[in-house]
Ligand binder design. Structure first.
Ligand code: ATP
Length: 360
């Protein structure tokens, strides 16, 4: 996952829209304070690019992404979505890693959140996210038969369909990534277990195959305990026994939903980072959206962006600096004096970042 190399690194920054840039700017300042050999590149993307080049994602921006070591992405409400899709499908960043780790001092709905420290790996490219939807009539003549309903498809019109695709290749690579991550975490003192959650009972052909591949692959990882709950049971486990979970792998949609649920358990979206990894590229973005309701007020919680920045540093091979950044953030929460409104405080984004800079 990391590339140990002391040479200068180039990172493309796409700040995104609404409140996202308000979290990105002070995060970059914090990382700059660590004195690392990183050059930030700011190609025009989104509304600015549209005005200047007539497209929200000009060739210059794509070339900058290709030439960089990684990309740091804010969040988009639309204008930067072409860049985001390129980072995901163009660069084949198939593993969306979403850690949910409780930091003392954060606001959690759990009575005992201390020690919750799990990582959801969401398959990032397939499943329902291929965007294959349409009118049900388009499927006529394919001879499709429901496994559950007695009614022919034509009975349902007017109706829409969406296609879920799980390729063997796509499933295998995210499963391999997750087993490796579990093994790595064991070496770091975590449980090193893997949970593969699917709806294999209702979807034995698609989700069942994902699970079957996980079970087969577990022969290569006898040191990684594997469990394969049904996704609804997993949801229950996540809320009632989150301390017992370590690495969790899921197809795209379940991972999308469950990772936001996990974020809620440890303090909310303002604290949820993510990294999207491919074979030769990675980009980093907070799990939250652009928080349009609080845009322009300077109160967005930058923790998710900062923790995504720490994941970026780790990927670039700057692990000690990543740890310093995480510790400084933790120290501010532990002290409990400065926090943003989502955590019950009254600090602005900039004030919060100043407190972190003091701890660095
Ligand atoms: P998307 O569809 O991109 O996820 P959304 O508007 O549904 O966008 P978010 O932008 O994540 O979702 O916002 C959901 C709620 O959480 C909003 O009320 C927003 O203000 C809040 N929120 C999200 N991120 C943060 C943050 N970093 N700090 C404070 N509040 C946040």
């Amino acid at each position: 996952m990391s590339q140990a190399n002391a040479s200068r690194k180039r990172v493309v920054v796409i700040e995104g829209e609404d409140a996202a840039p308000e979290a990105m700017a002070p995060t970059l300042e914090l990382i700059d304070a660590l004195g690392l050999p990183i050059d930030w590149l700011h190609p025009q993307v989104g509304a600015a690019a549209k005005a200047a080049h007539g497209t929200t994602f000009p060739a210059q921006a794509r070339e900058a992404i290709d030439a960089a070591d990684a990309t740091f992405f804010g969040a988009t409400s639309g204008p930067s979505v072409a860049a985001l899709f390129y980072l995901r499908w163009g660069k084949e960043t198939f593993a969306n890693v979403r850690p949910a780790r409780y930091m003392p001092g954060c606001k959690s709905p759990l009575a005992h959140p201390e020690g919750v420290d799990l990582v959801i790996v969401r398959e990032n490219l397939e499943d329902l996210y291929l965007g294959l939807e349409g009118e049900i009539g388009e499927l006529e003549g394919l001879g499709l038969k429901s496994r559950t309903s007695r009614r022919p498809l034509s009975d349902y019109a007017p109706a829409r369909y969406a296609i879920k695709v799980l390729s063997d290749e796509g499933s295998l690579r995210v499963l391999r990534f997750s087993f490796e991550l579990a093994r790595k975490r064991r070496l770091q003192g975590h449980a090193g277990s893997l949970t593969c959650a699917t709806k294999y009972n209702m979807l034995p052909v698609s989700d069942g195959r994902f699970r079957e591949l996980a079970l087969e692959m577990s022969a290569d990882y006898p040191d990684v305990p594997l469990s394969t709950p049904i996704i609804d049971d997993f949801g229950h486990q996540l809320v009632t026994r989150p301390h017992q979970l370590d690495v969790v792998v899921m197809p795209n949609l379940y991972g999308d939903i469950m990772s936001d649920t996990a974020a809620g358990l440890v303090g909310g979206l303002g604290l949820a980072p993510s990294g999207c990894y491919g074979e030769g590229y990675a980009y980093f973005e907070s799990a939250h959206g652009t928080a349009p309701d609080i845009a322009g007020r300077g109160i967005i919680n930058p923790s998710a962006t900062i923790l995504s920045g720490a994941m970026l540093l780790q990927y670039l091979g700057f692990e000690p600096a990543a740890e310093r950044l995480r510790r400084a953030l933790e120290a501010v929460y532990a002290a409990g004096r400065v926090s943003t409104p989502d955590q019950g405080g009254s600090a602005s984004t900039v004030e919060f970042c100043r407190a972190i800079a003091d701890k660095l």
